[in-house]
Design a protein around this ligand. Structure first.
Ligand SMILES: Nc1ncnc2c1ncn2[C@@H]1O[C@H](COP(=O)(O)OP(=O)(O)OP(=O)(O)O)[C@@H](O)[C@H]1O
Length: 453
């Protein structure tokens, strides 16, 4: 395999140093720039992994303001870039400031090419390691199904079911609230199946008026009804060899339920106004957000059709019941819209993370995606905040602990409060129940600021 090109950008306004630096790096394609504008143009064009940046650049060659501003703009554009500040000896203080702004390292003039080579090689290796790591993380996050992002056990299970049944011809029923990914799963199932060369034809049974749905699904013969000017194939015929996705199957009118059942049993259709039986070979995937069992109890959905379409049933839980998925989706969508809109927002504030975890997400994945998209467009800071997301803050008590230490502290303080409440504030009894000495318990009350009244 061809090695990727290693690119280094040298930002230096001194022509002597510039030509010295041009030739001293083995294995790198060296790009050059003399000021901020050129440096950013090179960043946009070549995206180098490492940049050496002179702190004193025109129009402020004697100061540091232009060097620091260039550093900030490079990092705002590609935060992962390894920027090495090249400074004079008396600039040490400013070099440290540059590190606090996100520079990778600094290097004091005069330049010793051998040492600088080592520093740059190491920076490049770190850049590569980090980007490899990011790729691995992404593939870990991504389930085996294309486009499906999930980490919760419930969703991993749903993905495994799809993998298992993809190669079969089983009719599949996908259940879940609106926005949980039913259509996404239907598409993934189609793509993994042996019918992926065929078409996936989707039809929303709730969106088409009842009198049109029959001819839409089954097609019609010329003259079947007023306006039927020519023979027309229906969606089922179009899906021949592929997959038919019937969304909102709970809304299928009863007359059509009987007709669909017949098709599922006999695998032939008759166009509206026709007598000829036409064989069609396809897989049917249905979805609904409704509770079909209660639709059956109400007498509006056929029980025999329910069993026929649900040879395999996949439940997609609402987002609020998927442990860890909301945060993961938020991060992945932030990444996606950062890239799409050329922004470089670095994650979320702590409060925003807690709110994302606790929000009920009635619109599920669709809601979280559009929220993050809007926030990326509107946000002005480096991180997305509660205000950017327009989410309600979570009170500290309910917030999930972030570190193990926090988790332990929270559990300890909760146990103490509960025990004290149970024993009516009796310290001796509480200490006994909790298995600690009285002095230890007093210490803990102080630590967690618990008032024993
Ligand atoms: N696990 C997921 N990973 C990534 N994107 C997802 C996931 N689940 C859903 N989405 C995205 O969320 C949006 C809504 O998903 P989809 O249309 O599949 O939901 P649905 O359950 O069919 O909704 P409805 O019942 O309203 O038709 C789509 O843009 C989809 O790509």
């Amino acid at each position: 395999m061809k090695e990727p090109i290693k690119r280094l950008l040298v930002v230096e306004d001194d022509p002597g140093l510039q030509s010295q630096l041009r030739w001293c790096f083995d294995g790198f394609q060296v790009l050059q720039a003399v000021d901020r504008q050129e440096a950013l143009a090179q960043m946009h064009r070549h995206r180098p992994s490492v940049v050496t940046l002179d702190l004193g650049l025109p129009p402020d060659p004697g100061g540091v303001s232009e060097g620091l501003a260039t550093l900030e703009e490079i990092l705002a554009f590609i935060p992962e870039t390894k920027v090495i500040m090249v400074t004079g000896n008396d600039d040490r203080r400013h070099a440290v400031k540059a590190i606090s702004l996100g520079a990778y390292d600094f290097y004091l003039k005069p330049i010793d090419s051998e040492t600088l080579n080592l520093v740059i090689e190491r920076a490049h290796r770190l850049f590569e390691l980090e980007s490899e790591n990011r790729k691995l993380q992404r593939s870990e996050f991504n389930s085996p199904l294309r486009g499906v992002i999930a980490t919760s056990p419930e969703m991993q299970n749903a993905c495994r079911t799809v993998e298992k049944i993809a190669a079969t011809d089983a009719t599949v029923l996908i259940l879940g609230e609106s926005g949980t990914g039913k259509e996404l799963f239907a598409r993934a199932l189609h793509e993994m199946s042996s019918r992926s060369q065929g078409k996936l034809i989707a039809i929303n049974c709730a969106a088409i008026p009842e009198n049109l749905l029959e001819s839409e699904l089954f097609g019609y013969e010329k003259g079947a009804f007023t306006g039927a000017a020519k023979q027309t194939r229906g969606k089922i015929e179009y899906a021949d060899g592929g997959t038919l996705f019937l969304d909102e199957i709970g809304d299928l009118p009863q007359a059509l339920q009987a007709k669909l059942l017949r098709f599922l049993q006999e695998r032939v259709i008759e166009r509206v106004g026709g007598r000829q039986e036409i064989p069609v070979d396809l897989r049917v995937v249905c979805a609904t957000h409704q509770d079909l069992k209660s639709r059956i109890a109400e007498g509006v959905f056929r029980e025999d059709l329910f069993y026929r379409i649900g040879e395999v049933t996949i439940h997609l839980p609402p987002l609020r019941e998927r442990e860890g998925d909301a945060l993961l989706l938020a991060r992945v969508f932030l990444d996606k819209y950062n890239r799409q809109m050329g922004k470089s927002i670095r994650g979320f504030t702590k409060e925003a993370l807690a709110a994302i975890e606790h929000h009920a997400w009635p619109g599920n994945v669709r809601e979280i995606e559009s929220l993050i998209k809007r926030a990326v467009i509107m946000a002005e800071g480096r991180q997305l905040s509660l205000e950017d997301l327009d989410l309600a803050p979570v009170d500290a008590e309910a917030r999930l602990p972030v570190t193990l230490q926090e988790a332990r502290a929270r559990a300890e303080s909760q146990a103490i409060r509960r025990t004290l409440a149970r024993v009516n504030g009796n310290i001796t009894l509480a200490a006994q129940e909790l298995g600690v000495t009285r002095p230890t318990l007093y210490g803990l009350l102080e630590k967690y600021e618990i008032k024993n009244s």
